[in-house]
Design a protein around this ligand. Structure first.
Ligand code: ADP
Ligand code: 5GP
Length: 208
């Protein structure tokens, strides 16, 4: 991780070389459908999806290292001290962060990278990697969002996630692109369109 510095961004992340991958930051309220949308992109566009670290306990179907890197509070603290995060933030009583090294390595190798994160983290990346492409996914309404959270099986913290959603939606104007996830196939097409037209695209993915 020789490109990491304590005082600023890793030099290679901001490098203007054209062969580097592009960094896409996809944010939006929990339950809006970010995972679902990004899942639909698999096979239609070659990209690396960053695996975040979190102090939240795993959900029953989640696998350590695939869905998240599950860390204790003490280990998360140590990762912060060691500058292992590109960004990190608190959400609903837990901490979440994007590991820097894999992101840096994939971009350097020319692979596009997607971060699926909440808004505070996206704002940190805006400061640190301003050339990244920022996409905000919106629900058709808060009622629909609540139904999606419940439909996914969330129970205890739906109210706090909805409260947070209101705050996040106030920051939507800070993003380069806003996509309403109402009809999934429409939202997928819009996201692919953003990918295709973003600077540096080699247009080798499908847009319909
Ligand atoms: P996020 O990653 O933003 O927290 P998820 O991808 O887990 O959200 O989606 C939350 C729930 O909403 C899931 O049950 C998912 O199947 C559902 N969902 C996602 N997009 C749509 C859509 N366009 N229409 C209806 N349900 C959706
Ligand atoms: P969940 O607990 O539903 O998996 O995630 C809660 C929220 O944390 C979601 O909005 C998700 O996008 C966000 N999140 C996941 N990983 C990261 C990360 O690495 N950094 C930040 N800032 N947010 C994250």
């Amino acid at each position: 991780m020789d490109s990491v510095t304590a005082s600023g961004p890793p030099s290679s992340i901001n490098s203007p070389e054209h062969s580097r991958g592009r960094l896409f930051v996809v944010a939006g309220p929990s339950g809006v459908g970010k995972d679902t949308l990004i899942g639909e992109l698999l096979g239609r566009w070659p990209f690396y999806l960053s695996v975040s670290a979190t102090t939240r306990p795993p959900r029953p179907d989640e696998v350590n290292g695939r869905d998240y890197i599950f860390l204790s509070d003490a280990d998360f603290d140590q990762w912060i001290v060691d500058n292992r995060f590109l960004e990190w933030a608190e959400f609903s009583g837990s901490r979440y962060g994007s590991p820097l090294q894999p992101v840096d390595e994939h971009l350097a190798a020319g692979t596009d990278v997607v971060l699926e994160i909440e808004v505070q983290g996206a704002m940190q990346i805006k400061q640190r990697v301003p050339e990244a492409v920022f996409v905000f996914i919106e629900p058709p309404s808060l009622e629909v969002l609540e139904a999606r959270l419940a439909g996914r099986g969330d129970t205890g913290d739906i109210e706090s996630r909805l409260e947070r959603a209101r705050v996040e939606m106030d920051l939507a104007d800070e993003f380069d692109h806003r996509i309403v996830n109402e009809v999934l196939s429409d939202a997928v097409a819009r996201l692919l369109f953003v990918v295709a037209r973003s600077e540096g695209s080699n247009n080798d993915h499908t847009v319909d």
